[in-house]
Design a protein around this ligand. Structure first.
Ligand SMILES: Cc1cc2nc3c(=O)[nH]c(=O)nc-3n(C[C@H](O)[C@H](O)[C@H](O)COP(=O)(O)O)c2cc1C
Ligand code: SF4
Ligand code: SF4
Length: 396
């Protein structure tokens, strides 16, 4: 039996899958769906301080999927890389309604899952007020959300626009909070790991590195941004490489547990994040488009994979990839024991590899594509583009 549980600050998560703070956690009923769907924890949508209350009302429409429906086989087959653009800043609730809803969530979920309240202040006074209020609720854990990509554009000193006050805000909250807490930071700074270190120094139990970017998409027929006119959240599974980089860098420098999650789309992503050092892995877009029950399927698939590999707990694989991520300067250069070859029995002479070989090393013959070893740089592009898997690398 594989043990997928994680313990941080005395709080036990039955598995590392967390429903991220987003539309699927907008209220108690939805958060219950998240735990019933198989997740170990839910992070409520963020409560913004009064300064950011404009964010409690959303534009209509507020979602735009890029490169999603065009995928061949949709809706039975879903793409593995796409973008969800959105503008949905915070919970629609005011302070008392939010605190009541957190209590209701805990009443519904009981000990089946961990309930996390998410707060985002735009001044120290707001942080203080919200922490005092959340102390009186049944939340198991609190997340201080200092990551919102939109707040700055709304004219409030919050989230990604308040990185310079991270330490001060977290330290203030740390002195008030009577519950374990994490801090969610933005990836939109020069060095997010430095910000994570401030969070650690200020006393956080864990750091959540999974906030999205903001971006804009232009409709060239109207020259207007779609769908709501301004910058907006910009993210989706295509971002996972950046998320894994952030986690692996943070894991090498921080002692506190890490919460990961940018771009999770299937269970393999959760394993990969764990191998890069994450303790908990969250998903927003993955759950929004595959449904709450995908969390349970991820848990089952992870268990089955770990069992087949002989791993008994997540501790055995956490950080496993870190020693394999070398510095760019240490990557072997120009190894001469590899060559590219084409298996002409598979080649359909489609010509795809020719247009992407910038060394002019491929010619089409009657038998199929052939590589001139003198010209070939072994860049690997023909192997990547060949639709028939006819081009391959051989180690000699
Ligand atoms: C529609 C939407 C609403 C979100 N709302 C919040 C929020 O209220 N608070 C927060 O901390 N993060 C919010 N997020 C960010 C997610 O919690 C998560 O960090 C992010 O989407 C990255 O994970 P993903 O790639 O699995 O979506 C939101 C994301 C989306 C897509
Ligand atoms: S490996 Fe690169 S250089 Fe060599 S044939 Fe393929 S595409 Fe051309
Ligand atoms: S892409 Fe593949 S199938 Fe097409 S010509 Fe090149 S080797 Fe042949």
């Amino acid at each position: 039996m594989v043990d997928l549980s994680v313990e941080i600050g005395g709080v036990k998560f039955k598995n590392p899958v967390v429903v991220a703070s987003a539309t699927p956690t907008m209220d108690a009923i939805r958060m219950k769906h998240g735990i019933d769907g198989g997740a170990g924890a839910v992070i409520a949508k963020s409560l913004f301080g009064e300064g950011g209350r404009l964010g409690r009302q959303f534009p209509r429409p507020r979602f735009k999927l890029i490169d999603y429906r065009e995928y061949p086989g949709y809706p039975n087959k879903l793409p593995h890389a796409f973008t969800l653009r959105s503008l949905e800043e915070c919970s629609a609730f005011d302070y008392p309604t939010y605190m009541d809803d957190i209590n209701r969530t805990k009443d519904l979920i009981k000990d089946d899952g961990v309930v996390i309240a998410s707060l985002s202040g735009s001044s120290l006074a707001e942080w203080v007020e919200m922490c005092e209020l959340v102390n009186k609720t049944g939340a198991d854990w609190v997340e201080l959300n200092n990551s919102c990509p939109f707040a700055q554009d709304m004219g409030v000193k919050m989230g990604a626009g308040a990185v310079d006050v991270t330490y001060e805000a977290v330290k203030t909250c740390a002195d008030i909070l009577k519950k374990p807490f994490s801090v969610k930071i933005t990836p939109q700074t020069n060095n997010p790991v430095d910000v994570a270190k401030q969070v650690e120094a200020a006393g956080a139990y864990a750091v959540n590195m999974s906030a999205r970017f903001s971006g804009v998409i232009i409709d060239i027929e109207t020259a207007k941004p779609i769908p709501f006119g301004s910058m907006g959240g910009y993210g989706g599974p295509y971002l996972i490489g950046y998320g894994l980089k952030l986690i692996s860098q943070a894991a090498k420098e921080l002692k506190i547990p890490l919460i990961a999650g940018l771009g999770v789309w299937d269970w393999r992503d959760i394993i990969a994040y764990t191998m890069c050092g994450a303790s908990l892995v969250q998903s927003a877009v993955g759950i929004m488009l595959q449904g709450y029950k995908v969390a349970g399927r991820w848990v089952d698939s992870m268990s089955a994979w770990m069992e087949a590999k002989g791993y008994k707990s997540l501790n055995e694989i956490r950080g496993m990839a870190l020693p394999n991520i070398v510095k760019t300067a240490n990557v072997p250069r120009k190894p001469d024991n590899i060559k590219a070859v084409i298996n002409t029995s598979k080649c359909t002479k489609c010509g795809t590899c020719l247009r992407s070989c910038f060394y002019d090393a491929i010619t089409l013959t009657k038998a199929g594509a052939v590589i001139n070893a003198e010209l070939c740089d072994v860049c690997g592009m023909c192997v990547e583009v060949c639709p028939e898997y006819a081009a391959e690398l051989k180690y000699v």
